[in-house]
Design a protein around this ligand. Structure first.
Ligand code: WTA
Length: 657
């Protein structure tokens, strides 16, 4: 982020105080109530979390120990307690609200399916029994590669019910990515669908699974279970493949939950880091579920008549916490959507809010920006009067987009919760509370009670207001990741670095705090890009590019983008002569396709530039800072005297294709 942007954010003076009526009815009602919670956590950290863990979760065996720091940073919470996540999401609502709608599912073509808690429970039990009939058991990893559907929630919940660990892979990732994740986790089964429907088009999923398994090394996978979504063509491998409907058809309608330790892994979710290999972020059962439920009540002010809609795909952490687990844990009615916001037109989200009477709407800044572009006045054509809270997640929201969201969607009535968190944090950590926090456009405002956030310099000292620094969390919290699957060293090095004596959790974001203590996120401080709210490692894209036989070398950087926040720019050296004109354009397309195939369309470079070499220091290090300037189209003002080969800068400044 440029100094200019920091400057403009720190000059943002508009504040929007919560409405008195809202404050009165809120779960956390007013600043005094918030401060009391913060003070309680300060006074008795363990007691604070223990109280919430008892209030929010139903335990089979209550815990007696709260936080175990003896093997830091491998923290344990509530470890001697036992529970089951699926029991907490389903069974405990059966006595009180069996006929309440759990999910209103709207398919790509507009077909709506509603499912009650009773029916969801029944189907999760049948699926759980189906998985058991395949000899899948507690601790086994199950890879899920499915579209947004009631079935994917059933699949995740069924895994949780039997203590199997799910690893959901976003349907937009490639066969190669599926392959890598199968092997890393040692998955015993893959749950997928024939195809997924997006914007009227069918996109194959089963084919990608077949391709992944054919890449070899996947002997761990014994079963592939296929949900028939579209009826499109699929190849079949007898013995290995079976239809989901066949698997569940004769299963008993109840299934006793597997009681697991609080620390039993609930899921693994892969995310990008600063190396070429995605990390399997491992979450616990109790700590994760506690935070999911608690933030439904705190951040989203959950009330039993709410209709909650989080638009995230279950392939991302937001879809884990605020689609599959959080809403069900508190017994909410939620909307789930299969399609894309622009199909059949850019009014889709607004129409769905109206038709399903959504009260809480949670989406990504990129979606908001693209919908502004496609129809800034479209929301006015729909009745959005049931909305009471809006939310954003995944990337910084620029104040202009915030104002539009506030005024045009929320009619200046609905607080916006700009929630900062990460795959690793399990749930919101820094966010406004709707009945507490005066809102400041572009700022995620204040840490939740019990979250000891700070901004520090390289030596670990807190920085003064108005100065940028490194965002850290100074104490472990229940929903934090427990480790990187199969790689505890990487967990330690990436998140608890030596520079802070291994004491602070390093988020990987830069941030700034104003004189009121409000946080503003300034973007990643590592080699991770945030494109449309999706995390991409520059190294991952570089590895994908150099895996192409035509590519000798590649360097990937981000540049600001009006729509997607950041965009991927790749600088490539080919093994053949540097292409020009039409050849360059064709080569750009070829390499874009290649990256789509290697990682997934989301990682496709927006721009590719060719040079005969990359700018390097005499010791051979690629000068990325220079490349960032070139990508932004900035004049190069920095010292290039250490550059081995200054002549190639001119080549790289010239965007082909
Ligand atoms: C960024 C998504 C600004 C941040 C839940 C973080 C944000 C990364 C916000 C995590 C926000 C997330 N404002 N930036 N409200 N929320 N980020 O793991 O850089 O996909 O480190 O988790 O997204 O992305 P992830």
């Amino acid at each position: 982020m440029s100094d200019q942007t920091i400057e403009s954010l720190s000059q943002e003076k508009r504040l929007f105080a919560p409405d008195a009526q809202f404050v009165k009815q809120a779960n956390v009602s007013g600043m005094v109530a918030y401060q009391a919670l913060c003070a309680e956590a300060q006074r008795d950290y363990s007691g604070f979390w223990a109280r919430h863990a008892r209030e929010q979760l139903t335990w089979q065996n209550p815990f007696t120990r709260v936080l175990d720091e003896s093997n830091a940073p491998f923290f344990k919470w509530f470890e001697d307690g036992t529970l089951n996540a699926s029991y907490n999401c389903l069974d405990r609502h059966l006595a009180t609200q069996p006929d309440k709608i759990a999910i209103i599912f709207e398919a790509d073509d507009g077909t709506v399916t509603r499912i009650t808690y009773r029916e969801l429970h029944r189907r999760v039990c049948m699926m759980a029994n189906g998985l058991k009939s395949l000899a899948i058991k507690k601790g086994d990893r199950v890879l899920i590669y499915m579209p947004m559907s009631i079935e994917v929630v059933i699949a995740m919940q069924a895994c949780a019910r039997i203590g199997a660990i799910h690893s959901v892979v976003f349907g937009g990732f490639s066969a190669k990515s599926v392959h890598e994740r199968i092997i890393d986790a040692g998955a015993v089964a893959v749950l997928t669908a024939d195809e997924q429907m997006r914007g009227g088009k069918a996109i194959p999923l089963k084919t990608a699974v077949d391709e992944a398994l054919a890449l070899g090394g996947c002997e761990c996978v014994k079963q592939v279970v296929v949900y028939r979504r579209s009826g499109g063509p699929v190849q079949w491998s007898d013995g290995r493949d079976r239809w989901l409907h066949d698997l569940v058809s004769n299963q008993p309608e109840t299934c006793a939950p597997e009681w697991v330790s609080a620390e039993h892994p609930l899921f693994i979710l892969y995310t990008s880091g600063s190396t070429g290999k995605p990390k399997g972020v491992q979450h616990s059962t109790a700590g994760f579920l506690l935070h999911a439920a608690l933030t439904m009540r705190w951040t989203f002010d959950y009330k039993k008549h709410d209709v909650f809609w989080c638009t995230a795909d279950v392939g991302w952490v937001t879809g884990h916490t605020y689609v599959c687990y959080g809403p069900l844990a508190v017994g909410a009615t939620q909307i789930m959507f299969e399609g894309v916001p622009t199909y059949p037109d850019a009014g889709r989200f607004w129409r769905m809010i109206q038709d399903h009477q959504a009260t809480v709407f949670y989406t990504a800044p990129t979606a908001i920006r693209s919908l502004i572009k496609l129809g800034a006045t479209l929301p006015n054509n729909y009745d959005l009067s049931r909305l009471r809270i809006l939310g954003t997640v995944g990337e910084p929201i620029n104040p202009e987009a915030w104002m539009w969201y506030y005024e045009t969607v929320g009619k200046s009535r609905c607080p916006i919760v700009d929630t900062w968190w990460q795959t690793e944090t399990g749930g919101h950590l820094i966010t406004p509370l709707p009945g507490v926090t005066p809102l400041k456009p572009g700022s995620c405002t204040l840490p939740l009670p019990g979250i000891m956030a700070d901004i520090v310099d390289e030596t670990g000292q807190s920085v003064e207001p108005g100065k940028g620094g490194i965002l850290v969390i100074k104490r472990p919290w229940p929903s934090m990741l427990r480790t990187i699957w199969g790689n505890p060293e990487r967990y330690k090095n990436a998140y608890f670095p030596e520079e802070f004596q291994g004491k602070y959790y390093l988020a990987g974001d830069g941030a700034m705090r104003d004189e009121n203590g409000y946080y503003t996120i300034m973007g990643r401080i590592d080699d991770v890009l945030n494109v449309a709210g999706h995390r991409l490692g520059t190294m991952e894209i570089e590895s994908a590019l150099v895996a192409n036989k035509l590519v000798a070398e590649a360097a990937v950087v981000g540049r600001p983008d009006d729509l997607t926040g950041e965009a991927v720019v790749a600088f490539v050296v080919l093994k053949q002569t540097r292409p020009m004109g039409e050849d360059a354009k064709a080569m750009v397309r070829q390499l874009q396709e290649w990256v789509s195939h290697e990682i997934g369309p989301i990682a496709k470079p927006k721009e590719i530039r060719f040079g005969e070499n990359l700018p390097k220091t005499r010791s051979g290090k690629i000068m990325r800072r220079l490349l960032r300037d070139i990508a932004k189209g900035n004049e190069i003002t920095q010292d290039v005297s250490t550059l081995e080969n200054p002549a190639i800068l001119q080549q790289l400044k010239d965007p082909q294709g």
